[in-house]
Design a protein around this ligand. Structure first.
Ligand code: 1GP
Length: 235
């Protein structure tokens, strides 16, 4: 429970967290050392995962990162193949905005064989896909519809349904490369309703957007594309 406790603790004290997301498909283990040099100074976690990743690649990438950084590595898997016991923890995701049993429970069942023999910290996470204004790969791969940014009440109810069913974190996801990040209005409404920490990601490309998400109530913000492209604007 160590990493979850740390996130909860940070949330209690309004200390903001930042995860950089590595998609193993776009990352060469030999570049790990260089990668660490470019991490934003505020980064507190490294997430590893992608919508579709070649089998075995996650493990190599996690090992290379662990050899070069002391930041905790948390798996953010697109499917059950992306589980590596070399990471510190796993977001055990359930796509609760969708109605596709494959991502509500099937992938989770398939991951158990690996998980029951590992020391990974397993963090039950309610994953909510929000419309980011363009079709993103999570939408395509999961074959589920994102929730409209207009349906604030329904998004809040979905997040609370996640909390009531025992999720320890809620993740609001606009999708990697989203045109529009999750709005501050949604982040605030969800945060006000929840008792558990809130993760927000998708389409966040600037310092200003990062601050906006934090100020609205996100406890941990995830940065993927902007960091990959080295285009994150740290003023
Ligand atoms: C995707 O939330 C993450 O799962 C990050 O999205 O690549 O748009 O930063 P970006």
């Amino acid at each position: 429970q160590k990493l979850l406790d740390n996130i909860q603790e940070a949330s209690n004290h309004q200390q903001k967290l930042l995860a950089v997301l590595i998609d193993p498909d776009k990352f060469q283990p030999k570049d790990a050392e260089d990668f660490i040099k470019y991490l934003p100074v505020l980064a507190t976690h490294i997430f590893v995962g992608g919508s579709s990743v070649e089998q075995g690649k996650t493990c190599e990438v996690v090992k290379a990162i662990k050899n070069n950084s002391d930041l905790p590595v948390i798996l953010f898997p697109g499917d059950h193949h992306q589980i590596s016991s070399h990471a510190d923890a796993l977001l055990f995701l359930s796509l609760i905005s969708g109605r596709n049993p494959e991502y509500l429970i099937e992938q989770q069942v398939r991951s158990v064989e690996k998980l029951r023999n590992s020391d990974l910290e397993i963090i039950p996470t309610g994953y909510i896909l929000i419309d980011g204004g363009n079709e993103t790969s999570v939408q395509r791969v999961s074959n589920t519809s994102p929730m409209s940014q207009v349906e604030v009440g329904k998004i809040v109810h979905t997040a609370l349904a996640g909390q009531y069913s025992g999720k320890k974190l809620i993740y609001l996801e606009a999708g990697s490369g989203a045109k529009n990040a999750v709005s501050a209005e949604i982040i605030k409404a969800v945060k006000d309703a929840l008792d558990i920490p809130l993760i927000v990601g998708g389409g966040i490309r600037s310092d200003l957007q990062l601050e906006t998400a934090w100020n609205a109530g996100a406890d941990l913000v995830v940065l993927g594309t902007a960091f990959e492209e080295r285009s994150f604007n740290q003023n």
